[in-house]
Design a protein around this ligand. Sequence first.
Ligand SMILES: Cc1cc2nc3c(=O)[nH]c(=O)nc-3n(C[C@H](O)[C@H](O)[C@H](O)COP(=O)(O)OP(=O)(O)OC[C@H]3O[C@@H](n4cnc5c(N)ncnc54)[C@H](O)[C@@H]3O)c2cc1C
Length: 681
Amino acid sequence: MDLLKSEDAMVARRIQCLASHLVASPILASEETLSLEVCRNQNAAPSSVKTDALQEIMTGAGREDREKIFKFFEDRPDLQTPVEISKDAHRELTYKQLIALVRECGVRPLELLMKDPARYFTVVEAIGFIDISLGIKMGVHFSLWGGSVMNLGTKKHQDKYFAGIDNIEFPGCFAMTELHHGSNVQGIQTTATFDKERDEFVINTPNEGATKWWIGNAAVHGKFATVFAKLILPSVSGDADMGVHAFIVPIRGMVDHSVLPGVEIRDCGYKVGLNGVDNGALRFHSVRIPRDNLLNRFGDLSRDGKYTSTLPTINKRFAATLGELVGGRVGLAYGSVGVLKVSVTIATRYSLLRRQFGPPDQPEVSILDYQSQQQKLMPMLASAYAFHFATLNLMDRYSEMKKTHEDDIIADVHALSAGLKAYITSYTAKAISTCRESCGGHGYSAVNKFGALRNDHDIFQTFEGDNTVLLQQVAADLLKQYKTKFEGATLAVTWNYLRDSMGTYLSQTNPVVTHRDEKMHLRDPRFQLDAFQFRTARLLHTAALRLRKHSKRLGGFGAWNRCLNHLLTLAESHIESVILAKFNEAVKRCEDPHARKLLKLLRDLYALDRIWNDIGTFRNQDYVAPNKAKAIHKQVEILCAETRQVAGQLVDAFGIPDSLLRAPIGLQSRQYSEYTHYVGF
Ligand SMILES: Cc1cc2nc3c(=O)[nH]c(=O)nc-3n(C[C@H](O)[C@H](O)[C@H](O)COP(=O)(O)OP(=O)(O)OC[C@H]3O[C@@H](n4cnc5c(N)ncnc54)[C@H](O)[C@@H]3O)c2cc1C
């Protein structure tokens, strides 16, 4: 009888603990500290709480692909990346994982990339959950090498290379960056000189600084590379430089995999992260390739050496070439949101379960009941949702661009992908560290993933365009749109809001609105979006004025540099506006009342937290009066506390399987595995 009673008590305690993830109960009633091991395999959401609709919204598109991939890797322990692994073993495992994904699991990334980009990006995110090295190796082979051949080449290249790239018989690299030129691609020095006699290009690295550097897949596995080089046409009157073009250059033999004559390959060695990817350096000593290997979509050369292009200038051809490569950036933005979801899930679940301190003579409280912990994690959770909808929209725009090839959509996707990639990857990089810290010492255990996530994700801020450089492209685009507006033309869709908000800004701010501080007003999406757009419009207007003023004395380059921080703030502000607008659309689209309530809560938190973070700007412009600023802060605290009540539910809706929230322990670690706490279970 006693035994039954104590079992009943245990069950009741457990239900109470689990329910505490979801209901307003700041202090757990149970006397017993909940063991992580006990909770590890429990479902965080009792069945009475509906999470289906929200999970459908967050994982609906591409669910089949995701589940197929997760199941495949779950069933194959030999393909799971253990915590302790050497660089060389990791590289081989990553390659094996990629081949198995295609040949055994039946995922065809190149086909998806060409025919259904949205599904391709879903696969990218799912693969990132398995191992980010695998995601990047996949991106290098399919999106960069495959994408460059398919998008910069013409039918003859597509026919010849598609199958080999699709089934990885032609593993390849994307060789753009050089030792002396990274962000400034037009400064690269590798040359491709046409030899009319032999109908060949001669690929040459003129000096050490022109060595292709950091090239993924080059150190070990690649057999081909898309090499970016200046196309040189020799003539009696001297060499003509036709600008940067892309060429297919074989680097290793198809049969014995030996490095081909004239190609020199070095290994970039052990990196801070992503050690499953074999980055290498490539030098070319007068390597000859057939004229046909020029990827000739934007510029072609006839047998008699006549150059033709539909685009009139080197700059236009260069812009068109780079424009075709934005897919990599879209993938990184999307993948970065996946990394944020994993980090926030682990940190939130741990914080719900971990208890430290409490009122005298009472049980210890969950650390997520501390206001400070809420304020660290809940805005991050809201951001993961916000970024999710923004990148979904980017994917749709990208798919539309691939179908229509319309100039205004191309320009829109270019700026949007640059801005979202820069903003999201910078945010996630910082968020991972905060999540690690939120899990205290256990966050430092390698099985709990933060180390790998932080190290592997860090470089997302640099490759596919350095974030600071990308934000400048967004700012430049905004200034172009601003000029267009004053010339009376139509604005690109994403920038349409500037027309209205510029008008609002240029008129006086409304003194009644600046003082309104009631909850209903602060949680009104119109107030929130107006505030974001007011800030962008103001920054844009003042940047344009400052640039005009400084350029008289400093010239264009000097004036730009003088206003650089202002321009970066402008770009970030614009991207935040776009993210919020997309979040609003998602709330409106949501038909399920329970899910809509949750999304609205997160949207309010995302918006008001961002406004509070930049409250100085809003105060300086008298857009927000002191009483309103105080009320915004209060609302952020309340929204964090409200989000905490449903935090377990909200992270469950990301649909990340428990097994992917911890890293498998390698054989070597078995002896200490019993001392390991999985914090994200
Ligand atoms: C792991 C890894 C994998 C990679 N894979 C590939 C690959 O497969 N193929 C490939 O071609 N490349 C690859 N890269 C190269 C990558 O794309 C470049 O590192 C990136 O483009 C940045 O160039 P950079 O390193 O020369 O930095 P730099 O351009 O020298 O930048 C250094 C710093 O200067 C600042 N800076 C530069 N220009 C400006 C400016 N105009 N205004 C303000 N600040 C500025 C940047 O913000 C940055 O902080 C890889 C790199 C790494 C590390």
